[in-house]
Design a protein around this ligand. Structure first.
Ligand SMILES: Cc1ncc(COP(=O)(O)O)c(C=O)c1O
Length: 288
């Protein structure tokens, strides 16, 4: 496993801007990208509390589910994944869930209406009572320890050098960590991959700082929605720069930043850093 600092690769260096990418995807094949940072203090806490099981939530392609399954096994903990969609119970497992199961995760498929209760106190209390020695991590891994972990993503030298740090946003934990660990010297640019419009307000509950902007126009129809234009962009990017992207998070984020550059959104001579937040494990099932 690679630890910080992860490699930075150059994408564009021209008179208008510098564009680099920080390859968190290279940390590990299963605990890659932001997952490593989101889980590290949570696992320490589970061990400190002498818990024997990690429980978490996710969809069938969730990067977080797989990362939790692998990390639990590495730390001799049991794991339970509560998976959205009871219709999946009788179907063959996809690659993500097959690997999670292989790492010892017990998979519990629940219907979508029940899954909606995943943040409710009463639901979580019931779950905790059912598995008293478990440590529950929310969907996407985002809680205060995940945000603390994401504060370790950037090195001091990176914070001093870059003007803009760009990241894909799903539950808001990663961007919150980046915001909390930087100052107004760095502007943090989030690209929402969700169609729903609650993230702006949600991130405001995770930070009191204001050196960030959330862009809402690059979700391509919503979570896991993919268009020919997006696939074309990803393939062209991969051929040109030899850096893999996936279509749910990093593909949309990199597309957005290229689009913003073409609109002269960034001031001249800006130094821009893209955060490659991983997620490549589910790619084969998602891209034609
Ligand atoms: C690959 C990848 N990138 C970005 C994100 C977005 O991170 P966050 O949910 O912390 O906003 C996720 C989801 O956790 C992810 O799996």
């Amino acid at each position: 496993m690679l630890t910080n600092p992860t490699p930075i690769e150059h994408i564009l260096h021209h008179s208008h801007c510098v564009l680099d990418i920080k390859r968190l995807d290279q940390i590990h094949p299963f605990v890659s990208g932001n997952k490593f940072f989101k889980l590290k203090y949570n696992i320490q806490e589970a061990i400190r509390l002498k818990k024997d099981t990690l429980i978490t939530f996710g969809g069938a392609y969730s990067n977080h589910i797989l990362a939790t399954a692998y990390s639990a096994q590495q730390h001799q903990l049991q794991s339970i994944g509560i998976i959205r969609g009871d219709e999946l119970r009788d179907k063959p497992l996809n690659t993500t869930l097959t690997q999670a199961h292989h790492f010892g995760m017990q998979l519990e498929f629940i219907d979508r209406a029940t899954y909606k209760q995943r943040h409710d106190d009463a639901f979580l209390l019931q779950l905790q009572q059912h598995y008293p020695n478990s440590y529950i991590i929310p969907e996407g891994g985002t809680n205060h320890l995940a945000i603390q972990g994401c504060q370790d993503i950037l090195t001091t030298a990176e914070k001093q050098y870059y003007d803009f740090i760009c990241v894909a946003v799903g539950t808001g934990g990663t961007i919150a960590g980046l915001i909390e660990s930087t100052t107004s010297k760095n502007h943090i640019l989030g690209i929402s991959i969700l169609k729903e419009n609650f993230l702006q307000q949600h991130i405001q509950t995770l930070t009191t700082q204001s050196h960030w902007t959330l862009h809402h126009h690059y979700h391509f129809g919503g979570y896991a929605k993919i268009s020919d234009e997006l696939i074309h962009f990803i393939k062209k990017f991969e051929q040109t720069y030899h850096i893999p992207l996936e279509p749910i998070y990093t593909g949309k984020m990199v597309y957005a930043v290229f689009d913003l550059i073409s609109q002269n959104y960034f001031p001249k001579h800006s130094k821009i850093l893209l955060i490659h937040s991983g997620g490549l494990q589910g790619k084969a099932s998602l891209m034609p």
